[in-house]
Write a protein that binds this ligand. Structure first.
Ligand SMILES: *Cc1c(COP(=O)(O)O)cnc(C)c1O
Length: 476
């Protein structure tokens, strides 16, 4: 299997070459040259694999189609080490919970940080350690977080050989639970840096350090953001596992509703559908930051400025642009790299938007690729959380509530609708109290974490001071 860039660069790469990379050199995103096709017999075999051997073995089957530069025995061992009941709370790893007639919630948030990002990040941690070990290299991951991504990255990389994590976050701005989750880690390779400033200051530091190419090369600076192909690939697996649990035969179709921000999660659904998984609709649910809903309704993709990007009660979906969206548009345009490049490169840089409404391919987003969309705002979120609790006794998180709200608008008679749960409610307790007048349940392992000793450095938004810290930790 070879990988290409969405912007037409003729180079082709293997999986392990792009594993530790971010963007392709031409600024595009990596995609496989073609999507392996899963026929009826294979899907039936995978049904048995999931039921009889479990999620890790299913993950191995799917990853094998995309990864041919890791020996099979090693890849199988990496999957087995990642997807365990111990790490993900249940043997099914991603159990379906029945909500009401034809509507299911797929539980993706029982990993170490209680958000679906663990599903991919835990595998990434093991893949990084494996590949760095093989090469005899080190990697210093520098990131900026306002919550979910940073903690998922730290819990995936803690104690991993060859990897250090330097995670900046805005001092005092994360929830006490999120701070406790990250800052209580005592692992020597995890460095929490609380910056006197806001999230944008943290992002600016990461950009400034990454733009210093000499420093970047000398200290092997890398990232783990959601454009990483390996993360996306890991997410494809739970669409298959969700489908298998919701159906008894391959003649049935299933729709998925996905709380969306950077389009990573639902893009994995797109890949699964392109592989032949019988998915009816892919329902993109956004919050007030409705860049994606606007596109699927109108054909106009319009990046938002800072002033237009809202802080909401489903904060992990507060985006101004959707970093993985280019992957889908590349497919939508019939894999025309030159056109993708002109839309996302010069086009977006100049005007901050592009318009496909007059192009016949726009209608295919729905007709050929199954995409539909909808939006959920704070009042919808509170009402959905309240109704779900009153009618079904289930407390759902704010992001999952956005997904469910839009799912109920888009359901079709006779087609199971699977809503992807992207976090547990305890992470966003304030809004749950606002909706229900009570605190959400806290998993036992998180009892009292706010009182644990914290390992964090408070620093000013000073790029040179951050560089000095990285250099001192590396000792070269
Ligand atoms: C990251 C995240 C999302 C958005 O996922 P994308 O892949 O960026 O679309 C939704 N909900 C939660 C809780 C998240 O952490």
């Amino acid at each position: 299997m070879h990988y290409l860039s969405t912007r037409g660069n003729p180079d082709r790469k293997r999986f392990c070459e792009i594993l530790l990379e971010g963007l392709a050199p031409d600024g595009g995103l990596y995609l496989p040259e073609s999507y392996p096709q899963v026929d009826d017999a294979t899907l039936t075999r995978w049904r048995n694999v999931y039921h009889e051997q479990g999620y890790a073995e299913l993950a191995f089957e799917i990853l094998s189609l995309y990864v041919d530069d890791i020996p099979a025995a090693d890849l199988r061992a990496l999957c087995a080490k990642t997807y365990t009941a111990e790490v993900f709370g249940t043997g099914e790893i991603v159990p379906l919970r029945h909500l009401e007639d034809g509507v299911w919630i797929e539980a993706l948030s029982n990993g170490p940080t209680l958000a679906f990002k663990d599903m991919a990040m835990q595998l990434l941690g093991n893949l990084f350690e494996y590949e760095l070990g093989r090469r005899g290299e080190e990697l210093n991951i520098l990131g900026a977080t306002s919550g979910d991504t940073g903690s998922a990255a730290e819990y995936a990389m803690r104690g991993k050989k060859g990897v250090r994590v330097f995670m900046t976050s805005p001092h005092g701005r994360m929830s006490p639970f999120q701070q406790a989750q990250m800052f209580s880690l005592q692992d020597a390779n995890i460095h929490n840096i609380a910056i006197n400033g806001v999230f944008d200051d943290c992002q600016d530091i990461v950009k400034a350090v990454s733009n210093d190419l000499d420093f970047k090369r000398k200290y092997k600076i890398g990232t783990v953001n959601s454009i990483n192909w390996a993360r996306l690939l890991a997410q494809v697996v739970y669409y298959f596992a969700g489908y298998i649990q919701a159906t008894e035969s391959n003649t049935q179709k299933v729709s998925f509703a996905v709380p969306s921000g950077n389009f990573g999660n639902v893009c994995a659904g797109h890949v699964a559908r392109q592989m032949g998984l019988p998915i009816a609709k892919l329902v993109v649910a956004t919050n007030e930051n409705d860049v994606l809903d606007e596109f699927f309704r109108t054909g106009v993709y319009r990046v938002r400025g800072t002033a237009d990007t809202h802080e909401t009660s489903s904060p992990s979906m507060d985006i101004s642009k959707a970093s993985n969206f280019e992957r889908f548009v590349f497919d939508l345009l019939g894999r025309d790299g030159a056109r993708t490049k002109s839309l996302f490169g010069e086009g977006l840089a100049k005007t901050g938007q592009f318009d496909l409404s007059a192009d016949p391919v726009f209608a295919q987003a729905a007709s050929l690729y199954g995409f539909v969309s909808g939006k959920s705002v704070h009042a919808d979120r509170l009402r959905t959380i309240r109704e779900t609790f009153e009618q079904h006794g289930m407390v759902i998180d704010t992001h999952t509530a956005d997904g469910l709200k839009v799912a109920l608008e888009q359901r079709t008679e006779g087609v199971p609708m699977v809503v992807l749960e992207t976090a547990l409610p305890i992470k966003f307790a304030g809004t749950i109290v606002e909706a229900l007048g009570r605190e959400p349940e806290r998993p036992a392992k998180f009892e009292g974490i706010e009182a644990l000793p914290k390992r964090v450095k408070v620093m000013d938004a000073d790029v040179d001071a951050i560089k000095a810290l990285v250099a001192a930790e590396c000792g070269y």
